[in-house]
Design a protein around this ligand. Structure first.
Ligand SMILES: Cc1ncc(COP(=O)(O)O)c(C=O)c1O
Length: 429
């Protein structure tokens, strides 16, 4: 699918009210790894739901019926977006909640002495739920990172795998280190050992289309609010695992709904891993995310017919190429800085690194949070801290003051990157 034109950044930016008429539209926003802005299509769908269909869904009257149809359609589209089937996805409150529910639900799959491997590179949301299972006799082993580069090595994983390993949990791209982990290769190694692979795609998904089938993962999670959507999380669980999942909703539902609580029912995952369901208006606003990707596709590609997943793939392939132009400018500037050390590799290859850059501040008198504040005073938004990946920071021997993090999204432009570099030049003298 050839693009008709390069990434049209002016068109893209025009889709985001926060960049045009928002109260803080003058801010150069680089905290995208914490959550992106949303396009107008998402806001419109949220508004429409609240105005017209904010009633209890699954009723017979028109407003309820329409709201229900939109909730169902949004779920179908989110599944399609990652090349999953509808019954294999859950839209939950966030990734932390999705993984917690999953761990509780899988608890009985594990026997005393079974092993789970978690990575030191990961956000705590993909570690803590598994540590909780230690209480039930599961052993959790840590896949260590290299203390200098922050990298994970496949050789290390192979040493940790044993006949008792049931599950390996790893990030697709760390929200601190930024390196892209070779998930397909990891999946092959894990599956050869008859273990399952769970991948946290939260930091990776805002930059690449996700194809859960091609990746060969068993479970994949991402946060929709970092992917231009509302504050929700999407989780894929391969159908073959559904029998192992214990229902976390009411232990007994009225007869009418009991069918949904049986593994194998099309709604089993959505009901059993999502007690009480999630905010309906936000789920429906995901149809705005679909419209956003469709608009990007229509603007950049010839209007040939293809499915939503193919459109997302084409759009993300184009936008990631654009993001490398931002990264190149930033990395070139960074290479000359004595006061800043980049965590992870400085390779501007999209297959090697995400545009999430964590920096050690080597300045004699400024801490990361002070640099963040000085940037904020210049209308530049970045964040400092450990980003809930404190085990990763500990392994890298980074103290409590943490790191400064700069992260790009496909709506950032080169002017903003120059503003950031110039501001840091002034701050770090
Ligand atoms: C890599 C990564 N994984 C997981 C999470 C947790 O996501 P959520 O906020 O949706 O629970 C985050 C959040 O920052 C993250 O960056």
């Amino acid at each position: 699918m050839l693009a008709l034109k390069p990434w049209d950044i002016e068109f893209v930016r025009s889709q985001f009210p926060a960049l045009n008429k928002g109260k803080y539209s003058d801010t150069a926003f680089f905290e995208n790894a914490g959550g992106t802005y949303v396009p107008h299509q998402v806001i419109k769908k949220l508004d429409e739901y609240l105005v017209s269909t904010k009633v209890q869904p699954y009723g017979v009257y028109a407003s309820s019926h329409e709201g229900t149809q939109n909730i169902e359609l949004a779920t179908v589209k989110m599944a399609e977006m990652i090349n999953a089937d509808e019954d294999e996805v859950v839209i939950g409150h966030c990734t932390t909640m999705n993984l917690y529910m999953l761990a509780m639900s899988l608890r009985k799959m594990f026997k005393q002495g079974d092993e789970i491997i978690v990575s030191e590179q990961d956000h705590e949301s993909n570690i803590s739920p598994w540590l909780r299972l230690q209480e039930f006799g599961v052993t959790v082993k840590f896949w260590p990172i290299d203390p200098i580069t922050g990298r994970l090595s496949l050789d290390q994983l192979e040493c940790l795998l044993s006949a008792k390993t049931r599950l390996v949990c790893v990030t697709h791209s760390s929200n601190v280190v930024g390196d892209v982990n070779p998930i397909k290769k990891i999946a092959d190694v894990v599956h050869k050992n008859d273990s399952l692979l769970l991948v946290d795609g939260v930091s990776y998904a805002p930059h690449h289309a996700i194809d859960v089938k091609a990746l060969g993962v068993d479970i994949y999670v991402l946060s929709l609010y970092k992917l231009f959507g509302p504050h929700l999380g999407l989780m894929y669980v391969k159908r073959i695992l559904h029998d192992q999942l214990e229902n976390q909703y009411f232990s007994q539902l009225p007869a009418l709904y009991q069918q949904y609580q049986k593994p194998g029912s099309p709604n089993y995952l959505r009901i059993s891993l999502n007690p009480g369901l999630v905010n309906h208006e936000e789920v429906v606003s995901l149809l705005g995310l679909v419209e956003y990707f469709n608009a990007l596709y229509q603007h950049h590609f010839s209007a040939n017919k293809c499915c939503f997943f193919e459109k997302v793939k084409a759009v993300m392939a184009l936008s990631v190429r654009y993001e490398t132009t931002l990264s190149e400018c930033w990395l070139n500037w960074l290479a000359k800085q004595k006061n800043l050390t980049l965590i992870g590799n400085n390779d501007n290859d999209v297959n090697q690194r995400s545009p999430t850059f964590s920096l050690k501040i080597n300045h004699p008198s400024l801490l990361p949070k002070e640099v963040a504040k000085l940037l904020a005073d210049k209308n530049i938004a970045v964040q400092s801290g450990s980003f809930y990946a404190w085990r990763c920071l500990n392994a890298l021997k980074i103290g409590d003051d943490g790191l400064l993090r700069v992260s790009f999204a496909h709506f950032n432009n080169l002017d903003e990157v120059h503003r950031l570099c110039n501001a840091l030049d002034e701050i770090l003298i």
